[in-house]
Ligand binder design. Structure first.
Ligand SMILES: Cc1ncc(COP(=O)(O)O)c(C=O)c1O
Length: 486
């Protein structure tokens, strides 16, 4: 058998062996039953390592071209004729005509961030604050304790141990939860998705704040739902307008983030929380409360979630470990009355069977051993300082003549309203000053005409980075404003 390997072609040697033997068989130069050299012989002949030839033979076996038996030479195998994969290429399949998704679902490509840029765009956990060592110990402990059981399918509703641990923790937020009412999800995002699947049909309306979480707007699009915006007056929610809107449009759900809202970082005050609960109770409007940063109350007196005031069971409460631990765990939850949890568990079972048991067991171990509380205390100390620095530097760097903002009482987000800057591509322009920000327009179902906003996240930045980043932002805005006026 004559094989010629070409060192110049840049194709791995093993790949060349596979291709050439396949071609010899296809062209009839090697016949069915014919013997091929042993791996040792071919390796010597070609000046290769034996393992390269062996891997190539294994691939030819897997593709059905060779018979391999221990101790015997490989033989060419009788193989059914396959369709001609080598003929002229067909025209590519017209996927664009077949996809039924809305056109604007695919993410717009993110602008590449140049090195040295300070980014207030990212809203992920700061990797420098991730408690890796204790979590790795929890993973090891679970694997040691459970062995292969930890690698099996788990409970479709989520591991019972984690659910009971979570139910206890929710008590610290005034929420009474039973483990049976909890569904462990792939982050809060899946809790939102499942709720929409369970409660809304295409064409239905969902009430959202304005602005609201951008990915919720995407989900609404994906489900063919209409976004209605919560009417607001100068003192917050306009409850009279809300009541008439609900009576007129009959939304199936209200989606709210009462604490450290994304994107504004604002909290609903207690009286608005109570009025909202009372109105929704009276109008029988279910609420989906997103408590994505509930744990980040590090200033002042904490406010309790709407769910803690839920007397009739019309509130579904979504939460997550993404914003205070590891987003990559993809573990969150939905707390809802049992009929909902049961129905949504059935939906999830049909979709992805179950969330990953090993990670849930490790998280439970981590929680029960007190590591999460320790980590949270540390996070609070850090972010108290980071947010204080943010306030100080914002006051120093941003001219109230063209920027307004409110100091948030926790969380990671700040919302700036800019006066002027109409038609300016702020994200791009500010990058030239070494700072990345997120334009606020994408958080509105309908951006308010003539108003400009920026969302800043400090989740990934330490005090020095915040100080330098805000100084750059201030410089950039001053220069852009001068250019506008000039
Ligand atoms: C308001 C809000 N809800 C839900 C999520 C989704 O988080 P998770 O990573 O838990 O899916 C995010 C993520 O940024 C968010 O900002």
């Amino acid at each position: 058998m004559l094989l010629k390997l070409d060192a110049q072609r840049g194709m791995p040697k093993g790949r060349q062996i596979v291709d050439q033997i396949r071609r010899l068989i296809q062209r009839g130069h090697l016949r069915t039953g014919e013997r091929l050299p042993s791996t040792r012989h071919l390796a010597e002949q070609l000046g290769l390592h034996r393992s390269t030839v062996s891997t190539a033979y294994q691939e030819l076996w897997a593709l059905g071209w060779l018979d391999l038996r221990p101790g015997a030479q490989p033989r060419v195998r009788q193989r059914e004729a396959l369709m001609d994969l080598e003929g002229p290429p067909q025209s590519p399949f017209p996927w664009a005509d077949r996809l039924v998704l809305p056109r604007d679902i695919p993410e717009a490509p993110r602008p590449a961030l140049q090195p040295g840029l300070i980014s207030f765009r990212d809203f992920g956990m700061d990797p420098r604050l991730m408690p890796m060592d204790p979590f790795v110990r929890s993973l090891r402990a679970v694997l040691r304790r459970q062995g292969p059981q930890a690698m099996h399918y788990g409970d479709p509703q989520g591991q019972p141990g984690l659910r009971s641990c979570l139910a206890q923790r929710l008590g610290q937020h005034g929420v009474q939860a039973h483990p049976e009412e909890l569904l462990i999800t792939f982050g809060a995002q899946q809790a939102l998705d499942l709720t929409l699947r369970g409660l809304a049909r295409p064409g239905d309306a969902v009430l959202v704040e304005s602005p609201t979480y951008q990915q919720m707007l995407k989900l609404l699009d994906l489900h063919g739902l209409r976004a209605l915006t919560l009417p607001e007056g100068s003192a917050g929610i306009d409850f009279a307008a809300l009541e008439s809107l609900v009576r007129r449009e009959r939304p199936v759900l209200l989606y709210v983030m009462p604490s450290f809202q994304n994107p504004t970082g604002r909290c609903l005050d207690q009286s608005q929380r109570e009025s909202l609960m009372a109105l929704c109770e009276r109008l029988s409007l279910p609420i989906l409360e997103d408590g994505f940063t509930e744990e980040m109350k590090y200033f002042g007196r904490p406010m309790l979630p709407l769910k803690s005031m839920d007397r009739t069971g019309h509130v579904m409460y979504a939460g997550t470990f993404s914003k205070v631990l590891f987003p990559g765990l993809r573990l969150g939850w939905l707390l809802a009355p049992r009929p909902c949890t049961e129905a949504l568990t059935a939906v999830r079972r049909a979709g992805e069977l179950c969330p990953p048991p090993l990670l849930q067991e490790a998280l439970e171990d981590f929680l029960r051993k007190g590591h999460f509380d320790q980590h949270l205390a540390r996070l609070h100390r850090r972010f108290r300082r980071r947010m204080e620095v943010t306030h100080t530097i914002l006051r120093r760097e941003l001219d109230p003549a063209f920027v307004r903002w409110e100091a948030p009482s926790g969380g990671y987000l700040l919302w700036l309203e800019l006066l002027g800057f109409e038609g300016v591509n702020l994200e791009q322009e500010l990058q030239r000053f070494g700072v990345a920000v997120k334009d606020g327009a994408s958080f509105f179902a309908l951006p308010p005409p003539g108003r400009r906003f920026l969302r800043l996240s400090i989740s990934n930045l330490d005090e020095a980075e915040i100080t330098e980043g805000l100084a750059r932002l201030g410089r950039g805005l001053r220069a852009l404003s001068k250019r506008e006026q000039g």
